[in-house]
Design a protein around this ligand. Structure first.
Ligand code: SF4
Length: 462
């Protein structure tokens, strides 16, 4: 039997310790996805609990953390390029500690050691909570590598660790780690392990604590949020993601809830209904298409067809009023023909996504797709990619123009990077709106949209 809430004192993931690095500074470089960004916040929280202070200048740091990604080939190139630049820092300051964690460390610990011998600590995705202990071990014993397999224990979820958030008003909350799917292009199941759900009581308690701390927006994170809870047993009942959304929506102070990502094969009406019926849950959905071709989707092991994807999308749009939808698309998967790609364009035209993250296929060693052969020539991938980007950009601009004249509730992120007298805000549908004026970050207010640019909107406060 599993209890819903972790008893106080149970998650002994970090024991009481006397801070040992008071006043020393740390610098974190994060590669990759939101999951990594969130892990970096946890690492920062642990280092600060040990007395350390952040610095934005790597040359002033006593500890540099590199939180790595291995989702694409160029992620590796960027990682080793960056580690190369740290070699000079280490020569200049031999006391510097260089720590490499995250997915690339989990998957390629030996490669990190071989290619960057100046690294002090290599730790895996299941060892995040051990970062301070590992630094202690380096001080005493020299370089250390620690990679664990998934423990299967929800108490090891990174969200149970202290955190230093990048934003005062907005936070990520991990609801699951790992993934039980087997998309052939994806390294996540290999580096993050099987899916583990956190107990709903733990997730809700964390959101309540965040709300008490002034957070008004949370994003629930999981590789496949729709399968949330399938591995839990709460007195004979499995918690559902839709229930979690509804419970999170009742928490006072949380004005906006987002989540990422659902899997198109698993999203069902109950989640769409929870979105529609829970005021705080944003009418925004990130639904990764990957390809429109049934043949390529089958080769990717995605578990749906182009038509089925469009049906799921129509279901969500029918239930959730004014739903904004983004997606991911991979161009040039092995064996993709011109006809396959044309089908992707067709689905994109029909889906009319509000925005899309578009990628050129790059084989990840260790994934089935890397062994498939039948590679699409690079120039064909580039040419298809350019056509897709042109099409999607036109649709995004069109969708943005449809917002002009409408009243939208926006959340202030902060001053615009280009002009401090203009605020950067975000709509429920996740569009950026620039608004003249100085507004407190974390504040909600209504704007009328006055202009649509290809990738942002402008508006005035009403
Ligand atoms: S659902 Fe597929 S793409 Fe997403 S993390 Fe799991 S294996 Fe990777």
């Amino acid at each position: 039997m599993t209890t819903d809430v972790t008893p106080i004192g149970m998650p002994a993931v970090h024991e009481e310790r006397v801070p040992r690095r008071a006043g020393r500074s740390y610098f974190i470089r994060t590669f990759g996805c939101q999951m990594n960004e969130h892990d970096s916040e946890r690492i920062a929280g642990l280092l600060e609990a040990d007395g350390m202070v952040p610095t934005g200048d790597v040359r002033r740091a006593d500890v540099v953390i590199v939180n790595t990604c291995t989702i694409r080939e160029n992620a590796d190139q960027r990682l080793y390029g960056y580690l190369g630049s740290l070699k000079a820092e280490k020569q200049r300051n031999p006391g510097l500690r260089i720590v490499v964690g995250g997915c690339a460390a989990q998957k390629d610990k030996d490669a990190v050691r071989e290619r960057a011998g100046w690294v002090d600590v290599v730790f895996g995705t299941h060892n995040t909570h051990r970062v301070v202990d590992l630094l202690d071990r380096v001080d005493e014993w020299g370089p250390v590598t620690e990679i664990w397999e998934e423990s299967g224990n929800p108490d090891d979820a990174p969200s149970m660790l202290p955190s230093r958030r990048e934003s005062d008003h907005s936070a990520w909350v991990t609801i699951t780690t790992g993934c039980n799917n087997s998309c052939t292009f994806c390294i996540v199941p290999i580096v993050r392990g099987p899916e583990i759900s956190r107990r709903p009581g733990d997730v809700i308690s964390e959101i309540r604590r965040l709300a008490d701390d002034g957070v008004v927006e949370v994003t629930l994170l999981g590789q496949n949020v729709n399968s949330y809870g399938r591995d839990l047993d709460l007195n004979g009942r499995q918690p559902l993601f839709a229930d979690l959304l509804r419970r999170a929506g009742e928490i006072e102070g949380i004005g906006r809830i987002r989540y990422t990502s659902p899997h198109p094969k698993d999203i069902k009406e109950d989640v769409a209904l929870a979105m529609a019926e829970t005021a705080a849950v944003a009418a925004q959905l990130h639904l990764p298409l990957q390809s429109g071709s049934d043949r390529i989707l089958a080769a990717m092991h995605r578990g749906y067809t182009g038509t089925r994807f469009l049906e799921k999308l129509a279901m969500a749009r029918d239930i959730v009023p004014d739903l904004s939808v983004s997606t991911d698309i991979i161009v040039g998967f092995p064996g993709e023909t011109e006809a396959d790609f044309e089908r992707t364009l067709e689905v994109v035209r029909e889906a009319r996504f509000d925005s899309a993250y578009m990628f050129q296929f790059s084989p990840r060693p260790g994934t089935p797709a890397a062994e498939m052969g039948d590679a699409v020539p690079a120039d064909a991938i580039q040419e298809r990619f350019d056509r897709l980007v042109t099409l999607q950009n036109a649709i995004t601009h069109e969708r943005n123009r449809e917002r002009v004249g409408r009243i939208e509730t926006v959340l202030v992120e902060g001053p615009s990077k280009r002009n401090p007298l203009v605020a950067t805000t975000r709509t429920e549908g996740n569009r950026i709106v620039h608004v003249d004026g100085v507004f407190e970050p974390g504040r909600f207010f209504d704007v009328r949209i006055t202009r649509a640019a290809p990738h942002y909107l402008e508006g005035v406060q009403v």
